[in-house]
Design a binder for this molecule. Structure first.
Ligand code: F7E
Length: 337
């Protein structure tokens, strides 16, 4: 048998949140590294399953849900993974204000269930399951220091941020209490053509492309003063994998170390699309304001650079360009259909 096709020789990765932006980037990355990739998916007849099968025929879909511990245990018993990447979450901050309880259950308690499932199933002797938790810069919220490091105190500003703080601390606690190889990546905003249309970057590049093509007339936004440290998702999933290759588990800030406002993102996008001044197209609507806002995020990725040897490849300008090019092509294809 060809060694690559021999399942017993392949390292196995189990990913929750497989249909999200990061899940898809990570599946692609790990497949390229020779892993057998398993993706957990919830629900009966989930329409995303078919899309995932088309895009990644090599990913094996495993049924399960972060709100159901038994399903997680069953999934881990079946897969016996070497590595478990917990990317599943209610990840849209704005939505977490309307569905706070669901967010706490999935984004927060889901981490506890994942860790408990690992404790129960364990993994092969001498080869315990390694765990990655997708922590978030939203935990810093109303920031206590600039830039933010692994030691900056948390002050979350949304039910999402609060749930992520729980997930972060419970991961540390299980590492310290039970010796699990459990690491957290405190990931700052990371974007790209696979970003969902509800997030501000993709909303901007996609709507600008639609305005350019005459499909849409305006772009309606909330707070355009907010500043974020925006990187490229493809770079960030590599950092997740690097964390799990270390002898010792730990927590790492993953960021570019640069911050830009939503207005700067608008300026660059409208310039690249060739529409000129964004102010001619953008309307503010208070319905997109959040009950509490995170004004400024900027991460210090020094630890990841020194200890993991990680660094981002794609800068701000390139990121915007990538997303604009993708959305012009994407919307042009849709027009022709
Ligand atoms: O908002 C402002 C909004 O929704 C960015 C998630 O992946 O990154 C993400 O969280 C900023 C905010 O991302 C609109 O008020 C203005 O200040 O793109 P976003 P986020 O909330 O920073 C972190 C690291 C995560 O972990 C999260 O899962 O943009 N903004 N007008 C708007 N935002 C949206 N979505 N839509 C607007 O119309």
């Amino acid at each position: 048998m060809h060694p690559v096709l021999d399942l017993t020789l392949m390292r196995k990765a189990f990913i929750t949140g497989i249909t999200g932006q990061d899940g898809r980037h990570l599946a692609e990355f790990l497949h390229g590294k020779g892993y057998k990739v398993f993706g957990m998916m919830k629900g009966q007849h989930n329409p995303r399953a078919e899309l995932l099968r088309d895009e990644f025929p090599y990913v094996e879909i495993i049924p399960g849900d972060l709100t159901d511990l038994t399903s997680l245990v069953t999934a881990l018993e079946q897969v016996q993974p070497d590595e478990f990447y917990n990317l599943g979450a209610i990840s849209f901050v704005a939505m977490s204000f309307n569905q706070a309880e669901l967010t706490a259950n999935v984004t927060g308690l889901g981490v506890l269930r994942a860790l408990e499932a690992i404790r129960m199933v364990g993994g092969a002797q001498n080869n315990p399951i390694r765990f990655y938790q997708a922590s978030s810069s939203e935990m810093f919220g109303k920031v206590r220091e600039v830039p933010q490091t692994e030691l900056t105190p948390f002050h979350p500003r949304s039910p999402y941020g609060v749930a992520k703080v729980f997930g972060h601390h419970i991961t540390m606690n299980y590492r310290e209490s039970y010796g699990l190889h459990a690491s957290s990546g405190i990931l700052f905003n990371h974007e790209g053509p696979r970003r969902g249309l509800e997030f501000v970057t993709r909303k901007i590049t996609n709507t600008a492309a639609r305005i350019k093509l005459g499909i849409e007339k305006e772009l309606v936004l909330g707070n355009t003063d907010a500043k974020r440290d925006w990187g490229y998702a493809g770079d960030y999933v590599k950092a997740m994998w690097m964390m799990l290759q270390q002898d010792e588990p730990d927590d790492y800030v993953i960021a570019t170390g640069e911050t830009h406002s939503v207005e700067e993102f608008l300026t660059l996008t409208f310039e690249k699309v060739g529409l000129g001044d964004w102010k001619n197209y953008v309307r503010h609507d208070p319905k997109f304001l959040r009950p509490a806002e995170v004004d400024l995020l900027i991460g210090d990725p020094s630890k990841a650079k020194t200890k993991l040897g990680w660094q981002p490849e794609v800068g701000f300008d390139k990121l915007v360009e990538m997303m604009v090019e993708h959305d012009i092509a994407y919307e042009t294809r849709r027009l022709k259909k």
